[in-house]
Design a protein around this ligand. Sequence first.
Ligand SMILES: *Cc1c(COP(=O)(O)O)cnc(C)c1O
Length: 419
Amino acid sequence: MSSPTGNPVLDGPKKLAAAFPNKELSMASLSVHADDYINNHQAVAPPMHVSTTFRYAENPDDLKPWENLNPNAPFDSHIYSRDSAPNSTRLEAILTSLLGAPALTYASGLSAFHAMIVFLNPKRVAIGGGYHGCHGILKLMKKLNGLEKLELESDADLAKLQPGDVIHVETPLNPTGEARDLAYYRRKADELGCYLTVDATFAPPPLQDPFQLGVDIVMHSGTKYFGGHSDLLCGVLAFRPDKAQEWLPALLEERLHLGAVLGSLEGWLGVRSLRTFELRIKRQAESAQKLVDWLVEEKAKEGSLVSEFVTRIQHASQQPEAKEEGSWLRKQMPGGFGPVFSIYLKSEQQAKRLPSKLHLFHHATSLGGVESLIEWRAMSDLDIDKRLLRVSVGVESWDDLRDDLIQGLEALKKDPKAQ
Ligand SMILES: *Cc1c(COP(=O)(O)O)cnc(C)c1O
């Protein structure tokens, strides 16, 4: 992890920005070029390096502990792949650019959450519903050091927080896609001297930028939108740029010891995925909004197919503040409300049986990929309402997805077990 000016994760974006002093490059351009400074070969597509170890300098006079500068590839110098490796470093360079904050990768979203809790080392964490796995990590921490879990939406619980504790907000929230007010929790964190951390997996930029609202650490399951093709596990931690000099070396050292690093294939796939990131996320969010609007409209029509089966539609766009000019929600999600939403059918049987009748939605868990997914959520979340279906919209045409839902509901109408 060496480079002439310090750290590649920090140096890369600065280098490209310096070439365009009068403008900020768009997210679309950055996702294709933010890692160009690392190139040390004529190949346009990045190489995949599988090596776990990297040759030291030939000249003994150049040997310095924990520094392995390769003068021919100053931004691509490594020692051992548990510390840093070419493909994951390249991915970090692009993520740092897209998130506008230093970003590190981990083996999965949960290992990133784990690394974040180990790093901040709070005695208490206030957390709401949301992704069940994060609660699993907090349970492990409780076993190790007695960490106390508090309820985010209880004022009495928030009052128990002490300086150095963590307020962790997932927004938008799994599985409903509804948002939570980050500015509100920033004020609470300031009053109490706590860190504010966010799981922003459901709405990466350009949908929302939690750093604009003063968040300390943003976590993503990169498995979802950054990976985008349902073929890699990845976690990301990005943190306040003003803390970079202090936090980056500390997080890197802890990651070296936790060992939860991204594999080289995943790093390579991640770079390949990010090239089309902006196209995907915009299309996915737009199509989800069209589907939600259509469902809401149909549900309001008496006697329609949708109104016969669908009792409720949950999505950030359906929260009252979504319609209020200048509301916290409109400020927090200026780029659209996210590609995941939930619908409730009238009965458990209906929710269980609809997914198998669809042709363009795979019945599977996870989200964020180019393929639209629908999940009878009771399959993977034991505490959830059994009538809930979680929908993750992919990059197919939205009207094809709508027509698939229509034919699925028609088939459900004919299914004797769904009545
Ligand atoms: C998937 C997910 C995670 C966990 O990420 P993995 O990459 O599966 O470890 C955490 N939070 C949210 C909101 C998720 O959707």
